[in-house]
Design a protein around this ligand. Structure first.
Ligand SMILES: Cc1cc2nc3c(=O)[nH]c(=O)nc-3n(C[C@H](O)[C@H](O)[C@H](O)COP(=O)(O)OP(=O)(O)OC[C@H]3O[C@@H](n4cnc5c(N)ncnc54)[C@H](O)[C@@H]3O)c2cc1C
Length: 405
């Protein structure tokens, strides 16, 4: 057995303090829970510290989309597939739905369809599980799809959905039940000098410490965050009231603005012409980083997003509602209306979401002091990659580095 693992176990036996664990983790969002899962599965004792009464960060504010289809072939796709395998196992054991809903790209203009066609013919792994669609074929994928104003589309099988509103809660309960992971809710970690953690509810001890605080850079190791050049992305989201009972759209529905943003399509030659078209015709959408995804929730409501603004602050007491820009909502709804006609238009919820952002990378891992690892997924795809990223981190800590991303 590797010496790091030995040290952890020796320490565990010799130090039987009630609040002592092998691994302490900050954050009960998906990344903190994924680290807790892999560590506990490896036989380590784990304590998670979450400043709120439950996860309230990006993990509960997103689409719940496991966007395998959006990945470029290679390490990113491998990581998404590995994460999906973990989701599949955990959903069965932790009792939550993982629905295989796929995603539907709708093309309104020829430049969008050119990319979808080139992609469909590319022979890639995702393309092999996709289907090019004529406009009339779009109708079969859901109620209200505006197939008459489309030139065609692409169905990709590789997208799955979890209910982002409660999945972290269910995983947290399951980790406590199944692996005796201790989760200290309402407990903010304020300072770290291993083996001691100073928190809002007292002192704890752990051998290794992992920070999965999402886009929170100011409480712990602010200098480390600052020097690595990380920033934040702010996203605006909406949700309608439930649609009528029989009205169903199973897949995530996306349009041309998403085609231009997703890495899966980046290798297509025709993407340049699409980007040029959008520069000319979609400038106000590009200004706010808008690309529209619509996703029907189990209660029939439609989650709609999103816009992207980089480098924004957050943490307003009202969850940022006061900062929301109504014209961005209007633009998103206008774009949605070109894709779907909703019988129930009324919006029941509007919110902001934030994630950590750093250009040209997908994961930031920092080691500001011995025994401490900071892990942040910075491309807004923590649901899609979280379990693979965490698996690599825990394997590295245990001395069996299988890092593949
Ligand atoms: C609007 C939006 C849409 C998105 N859509 C998708 C999608 O469809 N698919 C996808 O894969 N990804 C998506 N993402 C990205 C994804 O949601 C994030 O990458 C992921 O949730 C990040 O998880 P996390 O655990 O790192 O952070 P978070 O979920 O933000 O959790 C961090 C937690 O740490 C806690 N914390 C921080 N500091 C401390 C401290 N000192 N002490 C105690 N607790 C602390 C916070 O309270 C918080 O609960 C989206 C993100 C947003 C905002």
């Amino acid at each position: 057995m590797h010496s790091t693992r030995n040290n952890i176990f020796i320490y565990k036996i010799t130090c039987m303090e009630k609040t002592q664990t092998d691994i302490g983790i900050v954050g009960a969002g998906i990344l903190g829970l994924a680290h807790a899962y892999h560590a506990a599965r490896a036989g380590l004792s784990v304590a998670v510290f979450e400043r709120n009464s439950e996860a309230l960060g990006a993990t509960t504010r997103n689409f719940g989309m496991l966007a395998v289809a959006a990945q470029a072939e290679g390490p990113a796709l491998d990581s998404a597939m590995r994460t999906l395998a973990h989701w599949t196992e955990i959903s069965a054991r932790a009792d939550f739905d993982l629905s295989h809903c796929g995603c539907l790209f709708m093309a309104r203009v020829r430049a969008e369809m050119d990319v979808l066609e080139e992609f469909a013919d590319s022979g890639s792994v995702i393309a092999a599980r996709s289907k090019r669609l004529a406009a009339a074929e779009l109708e079969q994928y859901g109620s209200g799809l505006n197939f008459k104003s489309s030139v065609g589309g692409l169905w990709c099988a590789d997208a799955w959905k979890v209910d982002q509103r409660n999945v972290a809660r269910k995983i947290a309960l399951w980790l406590q039940r199944e692996y005796a992971v201790t989760i200290h809710f309402n407990t903010e970690v304020r300072a770290v000098e291993l083996p001691f953690l100073q928190t809002s509810t007292g002192q704890f001890r752990c051998d290794q410490f992992i920070v999965c605080g999402g886009d929170e850079f100011s409480t712990l190791f602010p200098e480390a965050f600052q020097s690595c050049g990380i920033t934040r992305c702010e996203l605006q989201m909406l949700r309608t009231y439930p649609q009528p009972m029989q009205w169903k759209v199973q897949p995530f529905v996306l349009g041309g603005l998403s085609i231009a943003r997703y890495d899966a399509f980046a290798a297509c030659k025709s993407i340049a012409a699409l980007r040029a078209y959008q520069q000319q015709h979609c400038q106000q959408y590009l200004t706010h980083g808008i690309h529209v995804i619509a996703s029907q929730e189990s209660d029939g409501s439609i989650t709609i997003g999103d816009s992207h603004h980089y480098g924004r602050a957050h943490n307003e007491p009202d969850g940022g509602i006061s900062q929301r820009n109504a014209s961005i909502d209007e633009l998103m709804l206008q774009e949605l209306n070109t894709m779907i006609t909703l019988p129930e238009h009324r919006i029941q919820q509007r919110w902001l979401g934030h994630y950590a952002y750093k250009a040209d990378t997908s994961v930031v891992k920092l080691s500001p002091v011995n025994g401490t690892t900071i892990v942040t997924i910075v491309n807004g795809q923590g649901m899609t990659h979280g379990f693979a990223v965490a698996e690599d981190v825990i394997n590295t800590l245990l001395g069996s580095d299988t890092s593949r991303i």
